[in-house]
Design a binder for this molecule. Sequence first.
Ligand code: UDP
Length: 354
Amino acid sequence: MPPPQRLTMLNDDARMRVIVTGGLGFIGSVTALRFNAAGNSVLVVDSVESNVVSAIDLRAVGIEVIEDSVANYLAACGTIEADLVVHAASPVGAAGVLRHPFGIAEHIVGATAAVGKACLAAGARLCHISSSEVYGLDGVLSERTSPRVPVEHSARVEYALGKLTSEAVLAGLARRGLKHSCLRPFNVVGARQSRFGGFVLPTFVQQALAGLPITVFSDGGQTRAFLDVEDLVDFIVAAASSQHAFQSACFNVGNPANSCSILELAQRTRVLLCSSSQIEFVDATEIYGPDYVEGASRHKLCHVERALALGWRPHRSLDEIIRAVAEHYRVRRDMRNSDARDNHALPARHSPAR
Ligand code: UDP
């Protein structure tokens, strides 16, 4: 098995032109910064709907930023010039997707198909950030598991179907020559992730730091495997330099070593941060409204042998991640939710940020 690959400074010949869609968001910004730090030329395209960094932050380190939707950008430029496109632009989060009812699948598929066609025309490789939501199933999920997303309506189902259909569209483009891979990340977490989309870790950490009740949904017995965002970007980088990754394979990217129940996560967060917060069992619909639905997988755990075969390894433990998120939010407010002390200042009850 090859050793784990970390992106190092490239010489001029090996410099790549990398486009990161959604590059002001949580996963996209870490990706853009990493490729930039390694000496590549990076262009970010982001609609600034769920950004966690500003264009100013990225321009300050030499990243070019276009503040527009992927569809508008591609329509305006006609053709792209890139060696690699990382398509991370997408509505995100169980609460975040509630802001786009009845348009979310169309939005995801439309943007992904346009990016896929642009990559095919330009001969660029495409790393598509799909989702572990495509499985729609419970338990330990491997790429050999057949996805079974239910045909019923919720914004969450629309999201999963949008991601699954996008994978199908890209597989079709691959038959015409597109070189791409689809990543199915499992519960990515880390500093800068916003609680705005409803994500559990930034919510628990900000609640614990503020001494507010930690809101565990249902009985907290649901389990997840948490992957540090830097580990995810390690995988993107490893894939970018692999001969095999762009042969239209899907990869689960997750960290089985960081599996735990949500109640356990609340307890660990409380203890690690020496917080006086109480743990409160709440019905999520009381916070996010009646349209909020839990994931189809009560136990969403990952089989990652295919990703490991590329030489990649996740490194960061859950405790390290909790501390890093806390370090971030001790000195900063959540970029998407300016009053983190207000436990109910949450997106479903507020008009969109823009
Ligand atoms: N969760 C919770 N309290 C919160 C937010 C989330 O108990 O304030 C739970 C949620 O019910 C889910 C898990 O944490 O079972 C992970 O939620 P997240 O939205 O981060 O990711 P998901 O796996 O649902 O996509």
